[in-house]
Design a protein around this ligand. Structure first.
Ligand SMILES: C[S@@+](CC[C@H](N)C(=O)[O-])C[C@H]1O[C@@H](n2cnc3c(N)ncnc32)[C@H](O)[C@@H]1O
Length: 244
């Protein structure tokens, strides 16, 4: 079945951490992304302006703690690091050992001692800290259980903190829909894309607020900003908690 905007988030997954289908998807992701890691540099700048606008929407400040989910070779690091400075902390997670090696090499090359790259499954990873913001660019839709991944993200961001997601989907409307079968197969082959998932529906199910702030490529690419409700304050407009 091709996913649509109306596909229910939680009913659409047949994979959960611990089951065989989940493990098979994760292992295929590892193989696919290990393989593409050598070539990713050829296309990583294609989405750069979209990624940077998504990061701008996080309204990051010096000293912020940021989580990057499915970081690949670290394409977001320089821009996030520019915003949070040397006082901030960027923690990035990726499941592909080859992507992680490339991300760590980027960190070493720049001498960023406040950027940490962890090789982990973003769905089941646990952190000791809570983050002021999170970003997932082109990564959630390749994961086996998006609802569970987003629950993990939700647990690790402070209430009211923004989560920026850039992702792709079949064209939602217009003539580009005719290309959906091709788009679908291409994503599946290229990225181990998960056709049973609807990332936007999952975002809306897991977070209290979620807004699509930008679309590109006939709606195939979108940027969403989500957050949990916070009765005390909501970033970016409110003042920071000095005890965070
Ligand atoms: C299309 S790349 C996106 C990389 C980068 N965020 C970007 O914007 O270009 C997808 C990344 O998600 C990672 N990934 C896939 N499943 C994952 C999982 N369960 N946990 C962590 N990372 C995962 C892959 O290894 C790959 O590096």
């Amino acid at each position: 079945m091709e996913p649509t905007e109306t596909t229910a988030a939680s009913d659409s997954s047949d994979k959960s951490p611990g089951d065989d289908a989940y493990a098979a998807h994760l292992e295929r992701s590892r193989r696919v992304w290990d393989r593409w890691s050598d070539w990713y540099g050829l296309s990583e700048s294609d989405f750069e302006p979209i990624r940077e606008r998504a990061i701008d929407r996080l309204a990051l400040e010096s000293g912020d703690r940021v989580l990057d989910i499915g970081c690949g070779p670290g394409v977001n690091f320089a821009y996030v690091r520019e915003k949070i400075g040397s006082a901030g902390h960027l923690v990035a997670v990726d499941y592909s050992p080859e992507m992680v090696a490339k991300a760590r090499a980027r960190v070493d090359d720049h001498g960023w001692d406040n950027v940490e790259v962890r090789r982990a499954d973003a769905t089941t990873v646990a952190f000791d800290e809570r983050f002021d913001a999170a970003i997932a660019t082109l990564s959630l839709s390749v994961m086996p259980d998006v609802d569970s991944t987003l629950e993990t993200v939700r647990r690790h961001v402070a209430p009211g903190s923004p989560v920026a997601v850039v992702d792709v989907r079949p064209a939602p409307s217009g003539p580009a829909r005719l290309l959906n079968p091709l788009i679908w197969r291409f994503f599946r082959w290229y990225a181990n894309w998960n056709p049973e998932q609807n990332v936007l529906a999952s975002l809306r199910a897991v977070f209290d607020e979620c807004e699509v702030v930008e679309t590109n490529l006939a709606g195939v690419s979108y940027t969403a900003i989500c957050r949990t409700a916070d009765s005390r304050e909501t970033r970016p407009s409110g003042p920071r908690d000095p005890n965070r």
